[in-house]
Design a protein around this ligand. Structure first.
Ligand code: ATP
Ligand code: MG
Length: 329
């Protein structure tokens, strides 16, 4: 069995983020979907809903994580695939300091796109188009990021996630296995094989129970196979288990809650920035919690902004870092 538990808390220079790149198209239907369906004619549905608002948000787990890390002064490299409609998005990521040189544009396809219409009763009809994301399985660290010193394998095309984990084990690249929302889609076999030897496994509490159910692993089975574990629990905070120690990471109270999508990605970004700087686990974890709170206070996953000094000042309103965060200033 292969373990990568040592050495990831020394300052790391090259962080590589893998995961999906997507656009979210969010629409509102003024009315009730249920009134348009006829119970006796469900075998020939042909419906069109006239929506009155549409917002297009940049998203995808890889840019979400990279964006927040960049706000914290990092320059992570994203390794992922996008489509012909990615040009502007690439420029905006580069503008905040994300290294997009390993984002491969698939010219004859679109960036993965999530179309969701919500009606007046919060019912949703959604379609997710995989698009360029289906090509992510062709990317290799050997070709695009041979100098990676820490990577995260976040939700993406299932074959890409499997390939990335296998390659990391082969090349000895410490990796965070972040099956998160793809835990529902991946088979127990896939999950069991991919989490082997991960430096850390990251999930929310629902996904943590799901991975145990799908793999048949107990808590201790999982802890024997990974170097660390992050289980986030919404407003209850998070559990971080690293180097044999368990830490409870409290939440940072939000000023207002606008929309929770992307809080998990932001948590990972804050945590990884702390790792990159070699900060103690309780501090790195709290950086994750604070980054998540910023996302909670905004609609969309990349609409929050802060400077490193604003971030540190807000951190110090809630926690004592004993000066450790001066490194961000
Ligand atoms: N209501 C809240 N108040 C304060 N902090 C919160 C709240 N909800 C979430 N957080 C912070 O965000 C972290 C991640 O939350 P959660 O466990 O809900 O992630 P998630 O289910 O993966 O979310 P998503 O997949 O939508 O991004 C929590 O550990 C916590 O620090
Ligand atoms: Mg999540």
């Amino acid at each position: 069995m292969y373990y990568v538990t040592q050495g990831i808390q020394t300052p790391i220079m090259k962080i590589v983020i893998t995961g999906s790149i997507a656009f979210d198209y969010l629409m509102h239907f003024p009315g009730k979907f249920s009134e348009a369906f006829m119970a006796d004619q469900l075998d020939k549905i042909s419906l069109s809903f006239l929506v009155d608002t549409m917002k297009k948000h940049p998203g995808g787990t890889a840019p979400n994580i990279a964006y927040t890390m960049a706000l914290l002064g990092s320059h992570p490299k994203v390794m992922a695939t996008a489509g012909q409609d990615f040009k502007e998005y690439r420029a905006s990521l580069e503008a905040v300091g994300v290294d997009t040189s390993a984002i491969v544009a698939i010219e004859d396809d679109f960036t993965a796109s999530f179309f969701v219409s919500t009606d007046d009763e919060q019912n949703q009809i959604a379609t997710f188009y995989t698009g360029a994301m289906a090509h992510a399985k062709t990317l290799t660290f050997a070709q695009y990021a041979p100098d990676a010193e820490l990577t995260i394998i976040s939700p993406n095309d299932p074959d890409a996630m499997r390939n990335h984990a296998e390659e990391c084990r082969k090349l000895g690249i410490p990796f965070i296995y972040d099956s998160s929302q793809q835990t529902a889609r991946l088979s127990g076999e896939d999950l069991a094989a991919s989490l082997q030897g991960a430096a850390m496994l990251t999930l929310n509490d629902y996904e943590y129970n799901l991975i145990k159910e799908k793999t048949g692993f107990s808590d201790s089975d999982i802890r024997e196979q990974v170097g660390g574990l992050l289980v986030t629990k919404g407003k209850e905070g998070a559990l971080l288990w690293m180097d044999g120690e368990e830490y409870h990471i409290p939440v940072v109270p939000p000023k207002e809650v606008k929309e929770p999508t992307g809080v998990g990605d932001a948590f990972r970004a804050g945590l990884m920035r702390g790792m990159e700087l070699g900060l103690p686990w309780p501090i790195a974890g709290r950086m994750g919690a604070l980054a998540a709170t910023y996302v909670l206070e905004h609609v969309g996953t990349q609409n929050h902004t802060f400077t490193p000094s604003e971030f540190v000042a807000r951190y110090r309103e809630h926690f004592d870092d004993e000066g450790a965060l001066d490194i961000l200033l």
